[in-house]
Design a protein around this ligand. Structure first.
Ligand SMILES: [Zn+2]
Length: 427
């Protein structure tokens, strides 16, 4: 009796939901399909609630549907950035150390505009790859999902899994200073400590795992040319994450740090700055994505000229910028899988879109650059079933630009329409 009542109630509720569903019809003058690598003319996109219901030419528009006229524009799937730090405030002097002057709550509230800016630039999904204040990103993801604040759909790392004093650690303070728990959360120094950290991260809500297998540019006392973690520790990370269905991304600048992580089976290498020929061959063989943030050098050098970055960071960065871009060109030529990741937070949050033009300048076709931020990114995230292109059943994440990005990729720097989850945020 109880069961049949529940059934009737369920049916009634689903009918009621059907009756009140919001239907939107988007008229797309040109629709870019990154999966097919093609552009279709005069398409209608039907959106029901937060999902794409149908796409095609000459579809009939249901009575009562809201019509969005983008017939003079190029319509694309919402963009995906696979390497962001939305929940960390970028400081005026570029030193992570100054985070110690703020409470975790201050950092969280001050990060709210980052997410809004990012969404309005056209990024409807991000893979956020770490915070100093552990789990602030989990809180931001959930606040966006609940509609408390505006931002992209977030898949978050929760913290940095790093060796003590490593690339993802807060460093530069005296040895007798003890940091609060959240700034030490991801430290691990053996395969079993790596596993323990990952178990905790999974329990605390992480969607993927970020490890760091080389030193960093923007960390005190670090050397980007070094190697961090052993192969055994990285294998433990990939294996433990897999127990929970999670993927691992590894920050790596140095050739050995890159190759160790690929051999361990990570899903992507972040930066891949000094990748050598063997590394490129390994990435290709393993199907590992490279997430190369080749625009950032502009911001690092600019901050250097303005004296807004610590001197040791600039020394770490010396000569890496051009090498990074040339290695990107090699990777494109070799046919390695590439995803769009900007390390947003290094550059201001409204400048990630500028990376597209650099990717084209360093060897990609405009379509490849767009695929890196749509279908490839969705594949890397393991969520190609819901994001990455405009197909029935996927989330209604739609953007539009004036002009043709295949002729001039820089039009992506001026996204004029943003819909995420069926809701319009910019028009
Ligand atoms: Zn980063």
């Amino acid at each position: 009796m109880k069961r049949s009542l529940a059934l009737v109630l369920g049916l009634w509720l689903s009918c009621a939901a059907g009756a009140s569903a919001q239907v939107t019809a988007i008229k797309a003058g040109r629709l870019l399909d990154p999966q097919a690598g093609a552009v279709l003319n005069d398409q209608i996109i039907l959106v029901r609630d937060n999902k794409i219901e149908a796409v095609g030419k000459g579809l009939s528009i249901p009575a009562g549907a809201k019509v969005v006229d983008l017939s003079q524009m190029t319509v694309l799937p919402g963009l995906i950035d696979c390497h962001t730090h939305l929940a960390d405030v970028s400081d005026e002097n570029g030193d992570p150390f100054t985070l110690l002057k703020k409470t975790a709550a201050e950092v969280a509230f001050e990060s709210v505009p980052n997410a809004r800016t990012f969404l309005r630039e056209g990024f409807t999904t991000v893979r956020d790859v770490g915070v100093y204040r552990a789990l602030n990103d989990v809180a931001m993801r959930d606040a966006i999902a609940h509609g408390y604040i505006e931002g992209p759909r977030m898949y978050v790392a929760g913290a940095y899994v790093t060796i003590t004093g490593g690339a993802g650690a807060m460093t530069g303070f005296a040895p007798d200073i003890t940091l609060p728990w959240d700034l030490r959360y991801g430290e691990a120094n053996s395969p079993w400590e790596v596993r323990q950290r990952i178990r905790q991260l999974v329990h605390d809500g992480a969607d993927h795992i970020k490890v760091l297998s080389s030193g960093a540019v923007l960390t005190h006392g670090s050397n980007p040319k070094s190697q961090e973690f052993t192969l055994e520790e990285l294998q433990a990370a990939v294996d433990e994450a897999a127990h929970f269905g999670l993927r691992v991304e590894s920050h790596a600048h140095s050739p050995e740090g890159i190759k160790n992580a690929i051999r361990a089976g990570v899903a992507s290498i972040e930066h891949a700055t000094m990748i050598d020929d063997e590394g490129i061959a390994l990435a290709k063989q393993h199907g590992t994505y490279l997430d190369m943030d080749i625009y950032d050098e502009e911001c690092i050098q600019e901050a250097g000229r303005l004296g807004k970055i610590p001197k040791d960071f600039l020394q770490h960065d010396a000569e890496l910028g051009e090498l990074h871009r040339n290695n990107f060109r090699k990777a494109v030529k070799a046919g390695v899988k590439l995803s769009f990741g900007t390390d947003a937070g290094v550059c201001p949050y409204d400048r990630s879109v500028k990376q597209f033009a650099f990717m084209v300048r360093y060897g990609m076709t405009p379509m490849q650059a767009i695929q890196s931020a749509t279908t490839n990114a969705a594949d890397l995230l393991g969520h190609a079933d819901v994001v990455g292109d405009i197909k029935p059943g996927k989330f209604a994440d739609v953007i539009a630009v004036a002009g043709d990005p295949l002729q001039d990729i820089s039009v992506l720097e001026h996204v004029q329409f943003v819909m995420k989850d069926g809701k319009v945020y910019k028009q």
